[in-house]
Design a protein around this ligand. Sequence first.
Ligand SMILES: Cc1cc2nc3c(=O)[nH]c(=O)nc-3n(C[C@H](O)[C@H](O)[C@H](O)COP(=O)(O)OP(=O)(O)OC[C@H]3O[C@@H](n4cnc5c(N)ncnc54)[C@H](O)[C@@H]3O)c2cc1C
Length: 573
Amino acid sequence: MSYRAPVAEYQFMFDHVVGFDEVTAHALFEDTGSEMAAAILGEAARLCEEKIAPLNRKGDLTPARLENGIVRTTPGFAEGFKAIASGGWVGMSASAEHGGMGLPMTMTTAVNEMMSSACMALQLAPLMSQGQIEALEHHASDEIKALYLPKLISGEWTGTMNLTEPQAGSDVGALTSKAEPNGDGTYSVSGQKIYITWGDHDVADNICHLVLARLPGSVSGTKGISLFLVPKFIPTEAGKAGVGNTLKVVSLEHKLGLHGSPTAVMQYEGAKGWLVGEEGGGMRAMFTMMNNARLGVGGQGIGIAEAALQQAMTYASERKQGRSLSEVGRGTIIDHADVRRMLSVMKADVFAARSIALMCAVAIDLEKATGDAAWGARAALLTPIAKTFGTETGMRVAEMGVQVHGGMGFIEETGAAQFYRDVRVTAIYEGTNGIQGMDLVARKLMDGGDAAFALLDEIAEFTESARHACPTLGSPLWEAVEALREATEWMLEQSELNARFAGAHAYLTAFARVIGGYAHLRAASAENGIGPRTKLANIYMSRLLPEHISLLAEAQVGDKDLFALSADELAGV
Ligand SMILES: Cc1cc2nc3c(=O)[nH]c(=O)nc-3n(C[C@H](O)[C@H](O)[C@H](O)COP(=O)(O)OP(=O)(O)OC[C@H]3O[C@@H](n4cnc5c(N)ncnc54)[C@H](O)[C@@H]3O)c2cc1C
């Protein structure tokens, strides 16, 4: 089935749901008005539909492979990447000073989502570069910026992030890679990094690795970690890829899905690197890249969900099986109540997850445009929610997509199974979803809940104002907001972090459910409570929003019951 980018949907959401007009009202983004946004989205849609989507299946069937120490990517990927790069899509939100387009992150979030729908394995390459560009813009020296940013933005070179080591996964502070000063301002970086996305490839001239490592005498834990830029080929004075650095690909991982994306074990053997940011400030600098990537990974989940939904809709509209009990319909399985249920909740959840990601991007843009810390706090609050809910929507929708296909969903030719396999990793990388929940209930509530309560107040206020146009939608949402407010207060009262952590995932999901309800209510209000968006919102409010009740009950259980059952008892010995 061919993918169609939902351009009109993004435009509706920009105009009526996520407040994009507030972004373009600021001088920094005033050139990206409605017409310009439509033209950019249309252009990206064409690229994704015509050039990128046809590569998706090829990536699955012909994975990247390691040949004599060099990674050869799926046939067609190099051309696909060049099309992305020459269109300027890598540097969409990068500053114009180094060749970027300086567009709002809201636009980049929409385009990244489309590209993930089309071919997530390839889209990871520009996504990694985008995160690195942002990290260098914020933390690198002027010399590094001048040399590397134009190359990364143009796509002549690509970027990677190197955190994970065999003993240091979620616990990045356990990493042991080392960096020794060379006495000339450069460093020799040594150590092994695993699971490095697009760690090596043949689609661009150079690969710029951002590597976390420890300087001699550094303190243990995350405070002793510094960040280094380690290029595969050391740039010449003229800024070309020069001699090879002392690093190599040890192997490529064999994965459940995402076969087209080369995931490498990298060995650094005294490789020449340059410090980015302060000594010991590596995590701070890397977090710039990680936050960018967390929103991007949430978008990958939504992208896969959209593609899986489109495919399931097409199949359900064509497949004849049994007689429907409903009176009107197409005479295909879309008329069966259970199939209609699946497709409806898939659609309602894609809308909710997309809204959350775009709201997060809008907050990032507004912080950049205004310097107002409240927008920064909003973006920080929404990032773990966008990542987790986006990726879990991807998994849920892809799983239902398989189910809608019946037996054909389990057969690889339809592609429904590939979505299901490919999306699974999004809940694992860029900080597992468990870690995202913990971030939400610990770090993101460290302001005493100010950012969370500000958002809940905004939703409650809107619910009140929409009471007249959408009476049946507003009441359940208002009740959910108040229940979430109480749960937030409960979280803040827990001095034992483990009590919060035991309910963190449930709390995060309930939060997402409420924001999703807000987005649906805004969409329904835009058509004055009459029309298909209102009907979809009604499905969300009656079938999905009520989940918040059990989620918030679970969120407030604490950890005692979990540890009352010992690990031995849990194992049944
Ligand atoms: C395809 C793929 C691509 C990747 N790309 C990159 C990349 O480009 N760069 C890079 O650096 N890394 C990359 N990774 C690594 C990825 O970020 C890690 O796999 C992830 O952070 C989890 O680490 P881990 O695998 O060691 O799992 P572990 O940390 O061992 O976690 C196992 C389980 O324990 C839970 N857990 C661990 N610690 C805690 C805690 N303190 N509290 C509660 N629960 C906890 C986790 O949530 C998880 O459920 C990639 C991984 C994959 C599979």
